[in-house]
Design a protein around this ligand. Structure first.
Ligand code: BGC
Length: 344
């Protein structure tokens, strides 16, 4: 495994940005930016399997969190405010009335401090007390390691000096085939439950069984089959799949399969110890990406291991408040495989 570093431009605010390339003996490559701790490319068997941009301008102008680490709180916080220890905190409403993915300028828009220990790329960011309205100085670390069996391991950790909600995730959009959309991709999600949400995709606290509905991916099926179900209220309201599947309702730190996306012999399995996984089929994307490629609706599928959305407002959801002195460690693994190259 080698790690190399090249310049990737300068932000509008004048900060230099770098691209780090992790390469294993198979030639698999993970290209990561210190801007947003972003997965810019994942090259498996000669093909790039994620959406992204060729230049920093694309990342700075884009609004779809393509490939980035998300924080301080991934997904929605209802009505962009919350109460903690008797105090009300107001956030930036960037998703209708709600705060999504950290607010106006989340961790995806920050230049992280990068280093390596030879094996892993280590990215650090200090989110100061009051940033985006959140309490407490939060020290965040994202480490990326590429294994010799083609897994990219992302570890997310944090520590705080005051109680604060934290929900870190990562937002790569996978497209394994290079086709315009992922409608022909097969998807399997290792869960038959989602957090119920209203038409603004905000949870109402209920958990629903989605077996035998269009959101049921317990057996692998084509993404397009679900998307074409115009009778499904959930699919209609979200304009596609944009739902939090429940992997566990506790924090037992068990790494388990969250979802497998496949196209032909190539598959990508996301494993995580997070209690939920958001499956998002790029229902609002309209942009130009790497190599001038059009990134339209359904051109990628984001698989985001995460805490449950709006947990801060639901005592029955897994706790999202991090206390001083308490560890926060989460893992998300992106494992590539090609069934035709497997030996028996
Ligand atoms: C959310 C979507 C949102 C998207 C933004 C996803 O994680 O669930 O609702 O539109 O991120 O790119």
């Amino acid at each position: 495994m080698t790690i190399s570093k090249t310049p990737f431009g300068t932000t509008k605010a004048g900060k230099p940005v770098h691209l780090y390339t992790l390469t294993n003996a198979n030639g698999t490559e993970a290209r990561i930016l210190d801007y947003g701790a972003t997965i810019q490319s994942l090259i498996y068997q000669g093909e790039d399997r994620v959406l992204g941009y060729d230049d920093l301008e694309g990342y700075e102008n884009g609004d779809a969190y393509i490939g980035a680490v998300i924080g301080r709180v991934g997904n929605r916080i209802g009505e962009a405010q919350f109460e903690l220890d008797g105090k009300t905190y107001s956030l930036f409403a960037n998703n209708g009335l709600h705060c999504n993915h950290g607010g106006k300028e989340g961790f995806d828009r920050k230049v992280w401090t990068a280093g390596t220990d030879g094996r892993r790329l280590i990215l650090d960011y200090l989110s100061p007390d009051g940033e985006e309205g959140f309490p407490g100085n939060l020290k965040v670390r994202a480490t990326y390691e590429l294994t010799e069996d083609d897994a990219l391991i992302l570890k997310l950790s944090a520590e705080t000096d005051a109680p604060t909600p934290v929900n870190l995730t990562c937002h790569p959009y996978f497209n394994l085939s290079g086709e315009d959309t992922v409608k022909n991709h097969d998807l399997q999600v290792y869960s038959d439950l989602i957090t119920n949400c209203d038409e603004t995709l905000l949870p109402d606290g209920a958990i629903v069984d989605i077996q035998h509905s269009s959101l049921d991916f317990t057996k692998k099926k084509k993404i397009g089959e679900a998307l074409s179900d115009t009778h499904s209220r959930r699919i209609r309201e979200a304009r596609g799949i944009d739902h939090n599947y429940i992997l566990s309702d506790d924090f037992q730190n068990r790494i388990q399969n969250a979802a497998t996306l496949s196209s032909g012999p190539v598959s990508l399995t996301v494993l995580t110890d997070q209690p939920g996984v958001q499956i998002y089929t790029a229902n609002w994307l309209d942009d130009i990406g790497k190599g001038g490629r059009r990134m339209g609706n359904y051109s990628g599928c984001a698989i985001e291991g995460q805490g449950w959305p709006d947990s801060i407002h639901h005592a029955s959801f897994p706790n999202c408040v991090l206390e001083p002195g308490e560890p926060y460690n989460r893992t998300i693994i992106y494992q590539f495989e090609n069934e035709s190259s497997q030996s028996d």
